[in-house]
Design a protein around this ligand. Structure first.
Ligand code: FES
Length: 327
């Protein structure tokens, strides 16, 4: 059994237990979120460089050099000395400006915050000192409202979620939130001659919108195909916004794909009942040379990435933002 020396006290760590779980089990207040090495909520600093290195995948080079590490990913088998980073994880404060419901279980939030980011990246939002969840950005830094930079977030409400009910209902416009980020590298490739395929389901539309806006901002020249999937018609949102962009850009084509139109609802011309995997395979049989962006549930992203790779896309040209649902 290893010991964890944290803020001058000794804590035990069971075999196979993470630093995060061990410290929380013994009463320490440590921020956490995804427990998957994604949201960076749990980042601590370790004095032992070699051990820290194994638990740093996804952190910036600067963070790695400072021996920051993911406490949720570190399972020590020897005594480690850890502490909180001096800048408390680099959180910034934001203010909720407005919120609107865009689908039965999806809300769009606009948060004012001083944060530099690239469209398609994500941030971790904290409800309190220790509870955070990650959400992707649908906004573009060049967009502003009344001279104010707003972060656009699409939140899917999970009834028993730790954060989404609070974000979708309890947090009121004018109230502040704590944000960490930006993070992630699902961003526009900045190659205007490369054809692009953007495919997403659910709130995977948020990072896709960010990437799309950036491509258009850079006056992307080659074709851009956007496939947005949903289980039922009610799951589609931002359709008018996307169709408006398509009407204004000749190289942009947007299609909405419904898995199951159970009630035989009338679909507009841009929407069809189709399996997104099959539709993609039939309509994009050769993805050689494409830049591919895949966003949404982890299972969707994993399956689609494999399909696109087998369809000819180079792995280096496939960017993903896979959502891990963690309450
Ligand atoms: S990265 Fe550790 S809890 Fe999210």
């Amino acid at each position: 059994m290893a010991d964890i020396i944290f803020e001058g006290r000794v804590y035990t760590c069971q075999p196979g237990e993470s630093v995060l779980d061990a410290l929380i089990r013994q009463g320490c207040e440590i921020a956490s979120g995804c427990r998957a090495g994604v949201c960076q909520a749990c980042v601590l600093l370790m004095d032992e460089q070699e051990i820290a290195r194994g638990c740093q995948q996804g952190l910036s080079p600067a963070q790695q050099k400072l021996n920051h590490f993911f406490a949720c990913q570190c399972r020590p088998d020897a005594t480690v000395h850890v502490r909180r980073p001096a800048n408390a994880g680099g959180r910034v404060s934001g203010i909720l400006r407005c919120r609107e419901q865009v689908a039965p279980d999806i809300y769009r939030l606009y948060v004012s915050a001083q944060m530099d980011y690239q469209p398609g990246q994500y941030v971790t939002i904290f409800k309190d000192q220790t509870t955070g969840r990650s959400y992707s950005l649908a906004s573009h830094p060049e967009e502003s409202s009344s001279g104010e930079r707003l972060l656009e977030l699409h939140i899917k409400q999970h009834e028993s979620g730790a954060l989404s009910p609070w974000l979708c209902h309890d947090l009121q416009p004018g109230e502040s939130v704590s944000l960490l980020g930006p993070m992630g590298n699902c961003i526009y490739s900045a190659n205007p001659q490369q054809p692009l395929l953007l495919a997403g389901i659910g709130t995977g539309l948020a990072p896709l919108l960010g990437v799309l806006k950036d491509a258009l901002h850079h006056q992307h020249q080659a074709s851009i195909n956007v496939l947005v999937g949903a289980t039922e018609p009610s799951g589609l949102y931002c359709t008018e916004q996307l169709l408006g962009l398509a009407a204004a850009h000749a190289n942009l084509q947007v299609e909405f794909l419904i898995q199951n139109n159970r009630n035989n609802q009338a679909l507009d011309p841009a929407t069809r009942e189709a399996d997104i995997y099959q539709y993609c395979a039939e309509n994009f049989p050769d993805l050689k040379g494409y830049g591919v962006y895949l966003c949404g549930a982890e299972s969707f992203v994993g399956k689609m990435r494999k399909q696109c790779f087998l369809g000819g896309a180079a792995m280096a040209d496939i960017s993903t933002d896979a959502f891990i649902v963690f309450g």
